[in-house]
Design a protein around this ligand. Structure first.
Ligand code: G3P
Length: 223
């Protein structure tokens, strides 16, 4: 399983992180992870998993899977396929790709069958509690209104981070909690750990940065 504390980058569908550009970011994270010893992972579009996996040592995640099994489904993302492409895990229920509760349940059953790491995204303390009941590997709390902004959740609403950690651990001590939205630098990462989280999930802070290498180094210093 993904080592913690950790920095997980979700490249979303940003133009700066498609195909070979996703690989370049993955290779940068890989280099800095090896130099610093900081645990890092990258979640890329399904089409880019095989471009990145195998070329880097850091874990590659899918950004999404659908609650299906092999068979007659068209245009969906099959959990078996992301694993075959080289992903060791997946995000589930990102705020930008929400699922129904029953579908989250089914996705978690599928990833457990396939032994894939899984990060269930939640938007507040109540949904973090609900997600904890499924006993996932990870929950990543991300208030949607702070996603893509300049203020980190750890500054804007530290209580939602510590409150989610407490609520989740109360239900299942083994579920690890990450936090995200607006995370930009090492100070934000350090604060997330101080608040009880076991790392961060971020996107624009790296993907949109002009000097990605120095941002990744700074983020790593926060662990
Ligand atoms: O999945 C990470 C994401 O939603 C947070 O985005 O740009 O605020 O780091 P960002």
């Amino acid at each position: 399983m993904l080592k913690t504390p950790t920095i997980v980058l979700n490249v979303k569908t940003y133009a700066e992180a498609i195909g070979v550009k996703a690989l370049e970011i993955a290779q940068l994270m890989d280099k800095i992870s090896q130099e610093s010893g900081a645990s890092m992972a990258i979640a890329v579009q399904a089409t880019d998993i095989s471009i990145c996996a195998g070329k880097v040592k850091i874990p590659v995640f899918a950004e999404h899977i659908d609650p299906i099994s092999p068979g007659s489904h068209t245009g969906w993302t099959l959990p078996e396929s992301v694993k075959e492409a080289g992903a060791i895990g997946t995000l589930i229920n990102h705020s930008e790709h929400r699922l129904k509760l029953a579908d989250i349940d089914l996705c978690i059953k599928r990833v457990k069958e396939l032994d894939l790491d899984h990060i269930i995204c939640t938007n507040n303390i109540s949904t973090s509690k609900a997600a904890a009941a499924f006993s996932p590997n990870f929950i990543a709390l991300e208030p949607p209104e702070l996603i893509g902004g300049d203020t980190s959740v750890t500054t804007a609403d530290p209580d939602i981070v510590s409150g989610s950690v407490a609520a989740v651990k109360d239900i299942n001590i083994n579920v690890k909690v990450l936090c995200g939205a607006g995370v930009k630098n090492g100070k934000d990462v350090a604060k997330s750990v101080e608040l009880g989280a076991e790392g961060v999930l971020l996107a624009s802070g790296i993907v949109k940065a002009k000097d990605k290498e120095s941002v990744i180094r700074d983020l790593a210093s926060g662990l």
